[in-house]
Structure formats: structure tokens, C-alpha cells
Design a binder for this molecule. Structure first.
Ligand code: COA
Length: 175
């Protein structure tokens, strides 16, 4: 099995990623989940995992942001838009793509920890990959103003060291 992994500029790679994201979330989004109203940030980079037979099978968006944790500025990495084509799941693709995203964050010496937001059905998936629940509060910007973000649960990952308590202000849109 050969797999090609590209990490591309987020905006430039959007036309490639968009059909997969729509296929995975189009149907769920129609069921109006708790996050359907959220305005999301655009990914800075995108991990695209392709196979010769199937083309694009998995996507992970990468975000870089200077946030505050308990009022102190800290540079972090984020992942979002993690998805694998429905008929190609369980082959390790998302694990590989998330690893590539974390590797990319580690290459940026300023990044202290990684952060993602997920729904309850994915808690076990991330916990099994060493992500820890962040038990503090998260705030972010939305068109209506500065809000507490509780549409999804935050999970953190140690790059240098990740906090699991306290208050994070994303200082921008969530991902
Ligand atoms: C979650 C998702 C990205 C996993 O993709 P994938 O390519 O199948 O993942 P992998 O093959 O790397 O890992 C699958 C493994 O995780 C497990 N797994 C998959 N989804 C899981 C979940 N929701 N909870 C717990 N375990 C899960 C599988 O049983 C398998 O376990 P194994 O490694 O012990 O065999 C995929 O199911 C998906 O696209 N879901 C819909 C979109 C979504 O919810 N994305 C996450 C947004 S935060």
C-alpha cells in the first residue's frame, strides 16, 4: 500500500479538500449538530493523505495561533477538520495524518501545545492517541462577539507542555 502525504498551504489546498469535507460533514451538518452555527477559522496548512487508487482519503487542517492561557500569551498549534472517507476508515489514515500534523507543529519551535475540539463520539479516539481533555474554559471570537466556546470539548496534546486547567482565549475564531 503506498500513501502520499502532502502538507500544503491551507487556502491553496481548499479546492482539493472541500469535496471530502463536504462528503463527510454535509449529511451530519444537515442534522443541525450543536456546532452548525459556529464560524470557523480557515486552516493555515492542510495535511492531505492520498493513495494511487483512491486519491484523497484523509484530511487534517493545521492552525497556528498566539492565544492566551490565564492571561499569558502562548503560541499553540491546532488541528481541525479531521476526516477520512467513510468507506476507507479503520486503516490508520487519520492516525498517520494527525501524526504528520503534530510533527509539523513540533517543527515550529514556538509551539507549546496542540489543541483540538471534538464531539463526544470521538473522545475515545483522541484519548487513545494521548490527547488529554482540557477541563478549563475556552473563549473565542464569533460574529456576535467574544463568547465562551462550549459547542465542542477541547482536547490538548503535549508539544512542550499542555495545560489541562485554566482559561484559554483563542484570540480569534475557533477551529
Ligand atoms: C474519526 C475518523 C477521522 C477516524 O479516521 P480513520 O482513518 O478511520 O482513523 P484510523 O484508521 O487512524 O483509526 C481508527 C481507529 O480508531 C478507532 N476509532 C475510530 N473512530 C473512533 C471513535 N469515534 N471513537 C473511538 N475509536 C475510534 C477505530 O476503531 C480504530 O481503532 P484501532 O486503531 O484500534 O483499530 C473518522 O472516523 C471520520 O472521518 N469520522 C467522521 C468525522 C469526524 O468525526 N472527525 C473528527 C473530528 S474531531
Amino acid at each position: 500500500m503506498s500513501i502520499e502525504i502532502d502538507i500544503l498551504n491551507g487556502d491553496a489546498a481548499w479546492p482539493m479538500a472541500q469535496p471530502l469535507l463536504s462528503a463527510v460533514w454535509g449529511r451530519d451538518a444537515a442534522q443541525k449538530p450543536s456546532w452548525s452555527h459556529v464560524k470557523w477559522a480557515h486552516a493555515d496548512l492542510r495535511v492531505l493523505l492520498e493513495t494511487p487508487e483512491d486519491g484523497l482519503v484523509c484530511h487534517v487542517g493545521i492552525y497556528f495561533r498566539t492565544v492566551t492561557w490565564n492571561g499569558q500569551k502562548v503560541h499553540i498549534g491546532g488541528i481541525g477538520g479531521v476526516c477520512t472517507r467513510e468507506d476507507r476508515r479503520g486503516r490508520g489514515y487519520a492516525t498517520i495524518a494527525i501524526d504528520a500534523a503534530v510533527h509539523t507543529m513540533r517543527a515550529n519551535e514556538a509551539v507549546r501545545f496542540a489543541l483540538l475540539f471534538c464531539e463526544p463520539h470521538n473522545y475515545a479516539f483522541y484519548a487513545a492517541r494521548s490527547w488529554l481533555p482540557f477541563k478549563g474554559e475556552v473563549y473565542c471570537e464569533q460574529p456576535e462577539g467574544w463568547i465562551r466556546f462550549d459547542a465542542m470539548a477541547p482536547y490538548v496534546f503535549n508539544i512542550v507542555r499542555a495545560p489541562t486547567l485554566g482559561t484559554i482565549d483563542l484570540c480569534g475564531l475557533p477551529w
